[in-house]
Write a protein that binds this ligand. Structure first.
Ligand code: PGA
Length: 251
C-alpha cells in the first residue's frame, strides 16, 4: 500500500482580525512554504479567505473553509455556498463538533453539506467524534455519524479526509492518549472498509483532533492509522503550528 500523505489542518475558528490573519499567514508561508512529507491546510474565518488565498498563492499551503451551506445559492442571509467557496478555497470542514453541538447542525444537514462540497469539486474534512457522556458507546456514535454523513454515497469520495475528534478533547487541553486515538482511528477505518471496501478505506486519510499541540503531536504522528491532525488553538501560533506540521512530516 502506498503511504498515505498526512494532512495537517489549522482551524482558526472565530479568531483573528484581518491584520492578525495576514501576519499569521505570512509567518506560516515563511515557515512551511516548502515542507515536504505533509499536506498543510489552513481554515481561516470566511471574511479572510480571499486575503489568505492571495497570501498563499504559489505556495504549497492550501486554504479551506470552516463550514458551508448545502444549497448552491438562494435567499439564505449570512450563508456561504460551496460553489462560492470553490473560487477561493479547496477544502471545507463538514460536521465539526461546534457546528453539530453549538449550532445544532443535524445529521441530515451534515450529509447535505458533504454532498454539496463534493458536488462543487471541493475536498471535505468530515469531523466525527463522541461526547463525554457517550464515551461508553463510542463505536455506535462513530458508526452513526459515518452512516449519516455518507448517506446516499455509493463510494468514498476520493479526497475525503475524516477527522476523529472526541468532543471532550476539543479546546480543553484533555487530549486523547495516542493509543486511544489510534484505536478510534483504526475503528473508523474498519467502518469505512465495511461500507466502501478495503482499498478505499486504506487510502483514506484519518486525522486526530482535540488539544493537539507541539508537545504532544509526536505521539499521534507515529500511529499507523493516524494521518495527521486537525488543530484548533495551537494553529493560531505560527511557531507551534509549524512545529506540529514538521513533526507530522518527519514521522
Ligand atoms: P483544539 O481544536 O485543537 O483547540 O482542541 C480542535 C478542533 O476543533 O478541530
Amino acid at each position: 500500500m502506498a503511504r498515505r500523505l498526512p494532512v495537517v489542518g489549522g482551524n482558526w475558528k472565530m479568531h483573528t482580525t484581518r491584520t492578525e490573519a495576514r501576519v499569521l499567514v505570512a509567518a506560516l508561508r515563511a515557515e512551511l512554504g516548502g515542507l515536504p512529507g505533509a499536506q498543510v491546510v489552513v481554515f481561516p474565518p470566511s471574511p479572510w479567505l480571499g486575503d489568505v488565498a492571495d497570501a498563499l498563492a504559489g505556495s504549497n499551503i492550501e486554504v479551506g473553509a470552516q463550514d458551508v451551506h448545502w444549497e448552491p445559492k438562494g435567499a439564505f442571509t449570512g450563508a456561504i455556498s460551496a460553489p462560492m467557496l470553490a473560487g477561493v478555497a479547496s477544502w471545507v470542514i463538514v460536521g465539526h463538533s461546534e457546528r453539530r453541538h453549538v449550532f445544532g447542525e443535524t445529521a441530515e444537514e451534515t450529509n447535505a453539506k458533504l454532498r454539496a462540497v463534493v458536488a462543487a469539486g471541493l475536498r471535505p474534512v468530515l469531523a466525527v467524534g463522541e461526547r463525554r457522556e457517550e464515551s461508553d458507546r463510542t463505536a455506535d456514535v462513530l458508526r452513526r455519524q459515518l452512516d449519516d454523513g455518507f448517506r446516499g454515497f455509493h463510494g468514498l469520495p476520493p479526497e475525503v479526509v475524516i477527522a476523529y475528534e472526541p468532543v471532550w478533547a476539543i479546546g480543553t487541553g484533555l487530549a486523547a492518549s495516542p493509543e486511544d486515538a489510534q484505536a478510534r482511528c483504526a475503528l473508523v477505518r474498519s467502518m469505512l472498509a465495511e461500507r466502501f471496501g478495503a482499498p478505499a478505506a486504506d487510502g483514506c486519510r484519518i486525522q486526530y483532533g482535540g488539544s493537539v499541540n507541539a508537545a504532544n503531536i509526536e505521539g499521534y504522528a507515529k500511529q499507523p492509522d493516524i494521518d495527521g491532525a486537525l488543530v484548533g488553538g495551537a494553529s493560531l501560533d505560527a511557531a507551534a503550528f509549524a512545529a506540529i506540521c514538521r513533526a507530522v512530516a518527519a514521522a
